[in-house]
Design a protein around this ligand. Structure first.
Ligand SMILES: Cc1cc2nc3c(=O)[nH]c(=O)nc-3n(C[C@H](O)[C@H](O)[C@H](O)COP(=O)(O)O)c2cc1C
Length: 193
């Protein structure tokens, strides 16, 4: 089986988005692909600082990308937006065209903007020509989504600092990781033949 790597690119201050990133990584690993957790440079007490900042070399050589942010007033975090604003060269060279991608978010209120954030995170990926995928409705956890998780991507609700992923949030996140990794491998094999 050829090597396939999926980057999970995220920011997390308090650890909730990191927990969702971990569940997505579990899904990627379940397919035999490699999951690289990467973040953006921020202050050292952000939970995501346990991972390395994403380099441009890693970005252009990945087989798939899954990007996540806490919901920030219905948007992605400015630190992630700033990263994309430094990718003009990669955009001009079409480096990410036809790579599969997906998105995820967490929020502290149920109707606090998870869906708008997921769509917002998707925008730079679409500008880069990536192939966006969500979670299809043959995924049972989506039918029973009690907090986070939508066809647009994985999600989790945290209403207190110790909140854990619900079983449905976790199952949808794992399914998303599996889906992107499976598509990434298929596309890579097609390109290699
Ligand atoms: C500046 C700021 C803006 C936020 N905006 C929203 C929001 O619009 N809707 C919401 O439900 N939660 C909002 N939150 C809460 C975070 O999205 C939520 O706690 C998230 O799960 C934190 O993720 P983390 O633990 O990975 O940092 C906001 C938090 C901050 C600090």
């Amino acid at each position: 089986m050829s090597r396939c790597n999926v980057i999970i690119f995220y920011f997390s201050r308090g650890g909730h988005t990191r927990a969702l990133a971990d569940a997505i990584a579990e899904g990627v690993h379940a397919t035999g692909a490699e999951a690289l957790l990467r973040t953006v440079e921020t202050d050292s007490d952000a939970a995501s600082m346990r991972d390395l900042p994403l380099s441009k070399d890693e970005l252009v050589s990945c087989d798939g990308l899954i990007m996540g942010s806490p919901t920030r007033f219905g948007h992605m975090s400015a630190s992630l937006q700033k990263f994309w604003e430094s990718t003009s060269r990669e955009w001009l060279n079409g480096e990410l065209i036809d790579k599969p991608a997906a998105v995820f978010t967490t929020s502290s209120s149920l109707h606090g903007g998870q869906e708008s954030t997921l769509l917002n995170i998707a925008l730079p990926l679409l500008h880069h020509g990536m192939l966006l995928t969500g979670i299809p409705y043959d995924q049972p956890s989506l039918h029973h989504a009690d907090a986070g998780g939508s066809p647009y991507g994985a999600g989790a609700l945290n209403q207190n600092p110790n909140a854990k992923l619900t079983a449905n949030e976790r199952a949808s996140a794992i399914a998303l990781g599996q889906r992107v990794a499976t598509i990434a491998r298929q596309l890579k094999q097609t390109k290699d033949t």
